[in-house]
Design a protein around this ligand. Structure first.
Ligand SMILES: [Zn+2]
Length: 219
């Protein structure tokens, strides 16, 4: 841990970004999703505009006891947990001196995995940002091409969707060649276990792929 004020600032930025991502996922398919950038926050169920006390990451969920103060609709625990998670993650990244692009990559991973889980879709803009961000930190064209071919093979065998091929490629830009075997083994294990648990042939691939990706970078 660094200086307390730095930890507090890092936590607040991380938690606020997580809160923004949550709203982005909720409103992605609304008619005017860009309005979340300047429009007032409102309840997803009753559309009542929310006060300042109702939009503070983590705190508001506890303050409102997990329910909307206006219509009593439940607010899922996943929101405060992700706000807490990304807040603590940024504190950790700052304390360990991990380059900032990795934190943005973590936010994007979390957004894309959530979008895939909820809508079975990967927004192209998210994949593009993952790719662009890699040019700032480290770009592994060789791994990207290899994983692109792996993705194409899976797509040809009807094991994944076209968006997943792009996900394979963009993640490849971040994976050093030495970490590639670990990534492939972990991805295989996580995808097979998800399929086994869900008892389905087709399911969102982004969550197990991101899990394998982050573990292969850490290990
Ligand atoms: Zn409400």
């Amino acid at each position: 841990m660094g200086q307390p004020w730095l930890d507090i600032i890092a936590f607040s930025i991380g938690a606020a970004l997580a809160s923004f991502v949550g709203v982005l996922v909720d409103r992605w398919f609304l008619k005017e999703p860009w309005k979340i950038l300047w429009g007032r926050s409102f309840c997803n169920t009753c559309s009542t505009p929310l006060s300042f006390l109702e939009i503070i990451p983590v705190f508001s969920w506890i303050y409102c006891r997990g329910r909307c103060l206006h219509c009593d609709a439940r607010i899922l625990w996943v929101y405060p947990v992700t706000e807490l998670g990304l807040g603590l993650l940024l504190v950790l990244f700052v304390a360990k001196g991990i380059p900032l692009p990795f934190f943005f990559l973590a936010v994007l991973s979390f957004w894309l995995a959530w979008m895939d889980l909820r809508y079975q879709q990967l927004p192209l803009i998210g994949l593009l940002l993952v790719a662009v961000l890699s040019f700032w930190e480290s770009t592994h064209i060789d791994t990207a091409l290899f994983l692109g071919l792996v993705g194409l093979f899976c797509f040809w065998r009807k094991m994944c969707a076209s968006g997943d091929v792009l996900l394979f490629m963009t993640l490849g830009l971040w994976v050093p060649l030495v970490a590639l075997p670990t990534f492939l083994i972990l991805a295989g294990i996580f995808i097979a276990s998800t399929g086994f648990v869900l008892q389905k042939n087709r399911f969102p691939l982004a969550p197990p792929l991101f899990l394998a990706f982050w573990l292969s970078l850490v290990v």
